[in-house]
Design a protein around this ligand. Sequence first.
Ligand code: F0G
Length: 460
Amino acid sequence: MKKIKPPVEPFRIKTVERIKITSRKEREEILKRAGFNVFNIPAEKVFIDLLTDSGTSAMSDNQWAGLMVGDESYAGAKNFFHLQETVRNIFCFKHVIPTHQGRAAERILFETLLKKGDSVPSNIHFDTTRANIEVRGAQAVDLVIDEAYDPDSEHPFKGNMDVDKLKKFIEKKGRERIPLVMLTITNNSGGGQPVSVKNIKEVSQVCKKYRIPLFFDACRFAENAYFVKKRENGYEKRSVLEIAQEIFSYGQGATMSAKKDALVNIGGFVALDDDLLAEKLKNQLIISEGFPTYGGLAGRDLEAIARGLEEVLEEDYLEYRINQVAYLARLLDEAGIPIFKPVGGHAVYLLADRFLPHIPRHQYPGWALTVALYREAGIRAVEIGGVMFAKKDRKTGREVFPKLELVRLAIPRRVYTSAHLDYVAEAIIGIYKNRDKIRGLRIVRESPYLRHFTAQLEEI
Ligand code: F0G
């Protein structure tokens, strides 16, 4: 068999952080103490941490140097102006309002725009977006194309919104009850899949017709733009920066978690054109996040974000990034491990129900796989399946499960080498060979909201 080659890292390593592998016996104890919930495991006891790509990036020497020129003035810090200039150049929106992370950007936006009974369509809302909408008594509606839910469809832009569904939804609901439409780029909850420029343009035309503003949930905009360059006709020769600028030109604003494609450990912002709305958002910001030129961040954080946004658009970085995720996917795929296809931008998703067909949905196969990954190899991943998303039927009390039962292996940016990914692949292939031994679980304690974070389970 031809050897699958990893991409060459376009950086070299100047600082290292020690990681230590624990023994299987130790991990067995840790799992018991953690109530078989990997969120309860101390990070020091994890060997390869693929829980999330959010806030886990390695910053560059240039970003670390930027921390030293942090201007910690309460108002008008110079780093704010650098950030504003950088965001204006990429996103092309006039107002830039920093926040401490993505969900804070969502909160000030939705608090200002939404009333009870409103609806916000998106391709698929991320959990925090959905929660911030629902907490206002409004409805978060997912209108992604049907292919998004088919793990075998090789559609190149599985993050696309279904434009007909959008039109029908607006006609039925009435434009007055839809204060904005959103698009998540890339679509995290649907496997990190990109949205095409063509689709964005079509969605924007519908929004324009009904006079509804279009906002992007832009956390992974650079990865999305890179997929456009590689997959969409007519974009091969355009720079990723130009593609990003074109994408944002079709909308009126964006929320951003800088913890992803700004290559930092904390931060976010809202960017938008509307003067009046920006004024209202700043008023909200002052109450909870801080003065509009720092929004819950230190001056040095603003500088690191500005520099990260410049670096993330370097195309050799993006080529390496996307190919590193694809490399892990290929190692798994060629060994017959069931994965979601095509591979997304920031993570490989295992199809846990096919991986563990002997475990019924109500015994949480995805969760069982996260336990096995930790037990056998010290790898931490996250279940995106029954424990995270099952809804209880009000009448029968029985759980209704989401369509997909996934385990996400999110790859932090610039953190792990290809040898680390080889280790992950080998571990998963080993677990797959012995999958019959893996047991399902039952929940022994859970909270009413976002139960996966705190649930305690036991093996059956
Ligand atoms: N939108 C998307 C698409 C996200 O993936 C996230 C976070 C947020 C918004 C919220 O941003 O964490 O800065 O408040 N996703 C992380 C993840 C947590 O693991 O996928 P935040």
